[in-house]
Every structure is written in C-alpha cells, then in structure tokens.
Design a binder for this molecule. Structure first.
Ligand SMILES: *Cc1c(COP(=O)(O)O)cnc(C)c1O
Length: 230
C-alpha cells in the first residue's frame, strides 16, 4: 500500500468515525506524525494534501520545518528547556507543556521574539509514573501560572493514553475531556487561555479519542509505516 492510500484510508476512517459520533469531520484535525520518516515521505504527504505534521525531537523538527515551512509543524514530544528556543516561533502549536520550568522558558523565548506562542498543556490523566504531564490535581494551579504569562496562549489540553487496553484509553480520553470542561468553566474568561482543543488519540486508539471529543489526533504509524496493523 502506498503512503497516498494509507493517508486517504486514514482520512476516510476519521470521517466515518466523526459521522458515527455525530461530529463534524472538520472539527477533527489530523496531525501526521512524521518522526519515523525522512524528508521524501513528508514531501509525498504534502503532495497528497496533508498540511499538519508532528515531530517529537527538536533536531528533526528543525530539519523538516526548515525544509517545508509551508506546512504546519506541531511539536509533540518532551521538550528540554534549553531547547525551547528551537521551537518557539517555529511551531504552530506546542502540545507538550508539562512543567513550570518549561512554561517560564517558553514565555521568555516568546517575549524575546515579541510574539505569542500557542501551546497545549499536557496532562497525565492516567497517572502512569512513566508518563509526562501535569497531574489533574495540579492542573488548576498550573493554569493560574499560565495566566500570568503574557506571551503564551493556551489553546487546550493534550494527553497520551496507556498502551494495551482500549478500555483504559477511552477512560483516559474521557478524563481529559472532563478536566477540559472543568477548566473551561473555571478559567474560560481570560484572553490568553481557552480550552477548545483536545489533542488525544494515536494510531491504535484514535477511534475512542474521536468519540470522546478529540479535536486533534496525532497519527504516525498508520500513515507512515508499511507494516502497521490495527
Ligand atoms: C509517536 C507519537 C505519536 C504517534 O504515534 P503512532 O502510534 O505512531 O500513531 C503521537 N503522539 C506522540 C506524542 C508521539 O510521540
């Protein structure tokens, strides 16, 4: 199967899932996670009409963003504070704001460039020790810190579900949506913070994510791997 076929199958599937969930397909953005492939595959995906891409390492992010500035580049991986300057102003959206030290570095870098950086707060909904993210309990205090940062625009929340059980994944995504609703009603009246976006769902669990309200799915293997089987 060609990349073109895998990409169009994926889009059709997303549309079908949106229909089943009573949602408008235009409300779910497909982010093609290109971290395992090189420039030629990205170019091919762009030629097929793909516009949003995700990368999880700063060096690969920079290489691809520089090669294809016409596409929209999302930074989705864990970000070291000393590398924040490599993505600020280059990333359409940083999905992985997961701690105070990074928030303050992003604020500093965005201020230096006299711009506002759009971000999502990554939440560790499942509580797995190995997962990055703000714990649900600490989220309100963290949101209050974000409110103090004039060069950061928070657009919503992101999470990663534990692998292996779709039941657990669904619970995780539902948990993120509930947190988002709670944050929206508590903090929704501020200029630099909204909770419109829910970035959740990957190759093996995006179906549950869409039925639980994802507005962005981050899909890698299903698009770029020849051997991926759901
Ligand atoms: C790799 C990655 C994805 C995509 O995962 P697939 O299983 O390949 O679809 C999504 N989100 C993040 C944060 C990733 O690192």
């Amino acid at each position: 199967m060609s990349l073109e076929t895998r990409l169009s199958d994926c889009k059709k599937d997303l549309e079908e899932l949106c229909k089943q969930a009573g949602r408008n397909p235009q409300d779910v953005r497909l982010i093609a996670v290109s971290k395992t492939v090189g420039l030629p595959e990205v170019q091919e995906a762009i030629a097929c009409g793909q516009f949003d891409f995700g990368e999880n390492r700063t060096c690969m992010f920079t290489e691809k963003q520089t090669a294809f500035p016409e596409a929209r580049w999302h930074f989705i991986g864990s970000l070291q504070s000393n590398k924040a300057h490599e993505v600020v102003g280059k990333s359409f959206l940083i999905h992985s704001l997961d701690r105070s030290s990074l928030l303050h570095e992003l604020e500093k870098q965005a201020a230096k460039r006299n711009m506002k950086q759009d971000v999502l707060i990554e939440v560790n909904v499942s509580g797995e020790a190995t997962k990055a993210g703000i714990s649900p309990k600490e989220l309100p205090a963290f949101v209050e810190e974000v409110l103090q940062c004039g060069h950061i625009n928070c657009k919503g929340l992101m999470t990663m579900a534990p692998q292996g059980s779709l039941t657990v994944a669904r619970k995780t995504f539902a948990g993120l949506r509930e947190l988002s609703d709670a944050m929206q009603s508590r903090y929704g009246k501020h200029d630099n913070i909204t909770f419109d976006e829910l970035s959740m769902g990957m190759s093996n669990d995006y179906a549950c994510a869409i039925s639980e309200g994802a507005t962005m799915v981050r899909i890698g293997r299903k698009i770029f791997s020849e051997s991926f089987e759901q």
